[in-house]
Design a protein around this ligand. Structure first.
Ligand SMILES: Nc1ncnc2c1ncn2[C@@H]1O[C@H](COP(=O)(O)OP(=O)(O)O)[C@@H](O)[C@H]1O
Ligand SMILES: [Mg+2]
Length: 367
């Protein structure tokens, strides 16, 4: 254990959207003090991306293909660490810890299962830096949902901001999750997955149009939403379930959309993401005074305008707080790696449903 008060940490994240590898360099005490320093994102090599996509949902490595993808992923993420240090004046030797989230292949906490690939020992050896990985397993082992994991980071950042409480942060990645922070004790926090984020929209426009995503919501804007599909999906028991709760990327299948035109399908899925957030609001302890949006979904004006239309709360990107919405998740795993080193909790009963606050992560020594 390092006895320095302030740790220099790199966080690595590649979310379920499979759009790329995010790396962030921060300094933090693992508690209320956080100083973001730099951020980089590396696009996936197309072959690696295709191979990861092929293995989404897998629970074991049948053919050895996952082990190969894991090795490649690890080396690509090690490059992302070098990239984020570039030009900052920080060297690898000055990095105390790398928080390596890895790539989620499947997430099924109700059956005690969550799986992120990423070889922590290889990363540590490759960089000569200590690495923490496997953040979610210990939470699931203790009855938690293993997600969402950013709430403690959101709370840390909120502590040094003077926005009115309660306040909520919505992260729209492949799946979307919300963190509600009240005005009482530090434990006055609630977090859960609201529903799908971008992943269904991405999958749909990829299948229909070969597009990576519906840039600026252009396709959805040209269509109209199909009420029947929307209503049916919103009747899914997930939305009525009390938090904490979490979703797998593949819990909903847009296959039912086959009969719809491309534009209408995109509009319907975009509305689904928005209305799932409205449903989530009914599970919050009190109406937030504002909602700050992070993750790639904040770049989709159809989602942002949709949220503004259906919620009775002002909606703004986290940039209005001075935060970087592209970097936040990677920063969060740098922060959690430091907490893991210090044996501090990574999750709480109110954020993942874990039986008691637990730490987690596996440390791999690189030096
Ligand atoms: N300009 C944009 N218009 C619409 N959607 C966007 C835009 N930029 C990013 N996105 C969406 O954000 C996704 C990436 O979000 P991200 O927060 O990185 O998710 P993840 O955490 O799952 O990697 C993309 O796949 C895409 O769906
Ligand atoms: Mg991403």
């Amino acid at each position: 254990m390092n006895d320095k008060h302030l740790y220099t940490a790199v966080g690595l994240m590649s979310g379920t959207s499979l759009d790329g590898i995010d790396a962030a360099l921060i300094q933090t005490d693992g508690e209320a003090l956080v100083v973001p320093i730099s951020f980089a994102t590396l696009p996936f090599d197309p072959d690696l991306q295709a191979s990861l996509r092929e293995h989404l949902g897998a629970r074991e490595d049948g053919s050895g293909g996952i082990a190969r993808a894991e090795k490649e992923l690890t080396l690509a993420q090690a490059d992302a660490v070098r990239e984020v240090l570039g030009g900052t004046g920080f060297s690898l030797a000055q990095v105390d810890i790398v928080g390596f989230h890895g790539q989620t292949l499947s997430h099924d906490p109700d059956n005690g299962f969550t799986w992120q690939i990423g070889d922590g020992a290889l990363m540590a050896q490759e960089l000569g830096v200590d690495v923490v990985n496997d953040f979610r397993t210990n939470d699931v082992r203790h009855g938690g949902q293993g997600a969402p994991f950013l709430p403690l980071y959101h709370r840390a950042r909120m502590m040094s901001s003077n926005v009115e409480r309660p306040v909520a942060i919505l992260n729209i990645g492949g799946v979307a999750n919300i963190t509600w922070i009240g005005d009482g004790s530090p434990d006055d926090i609630v977090a859960f997955d609201t529903g799908p984020g971008n992943a269904l929209i991405d999958d749909f426009v990829r299948a229909r149009r070969g597009m990576r995503f519906d840039r600026d919501g252009k396709l959805a804007k040209q269509g109209s939403l199909n009420q029947d599909f929307l209503m049916e999906w919103l009747r899914h028991p997930y939305f009525g379930k009390k938090p904490p709760k979490s979703l797998d990327r593949n819990d909903f299948h847009p296959g039912a959309l086959a009969a719809l035109a491309d534009e209408d399908g995109a509009a319907t899925l975009t509305a689904f993401t928005v209305y799932a957030v409205e449903k989530a609001f009914s599970h919050l302890p009190a109406m937030p005074k504002s909602l700050y949006v992070t993750g790639g979904g904040r770049r989709n004006p159809e989602i942002m305008e949709g949220l503004r239309a259906v919620l009775r709360t002002p909606v703004a990107p986290v940039e209005d707080l001075g935060w970087n919405g592209d970097a936040l998740e990677a920063e969060g795993f740098a922060y959690l790696a430091v907490r893991s080193l210090k044996g501090l909790s990574l999750s709480l009963p109110a954020t993942t449903g874990v039986r008691e606050p637990v730490s987690g992560g596996i440390l791999h020594r690189g030096r």
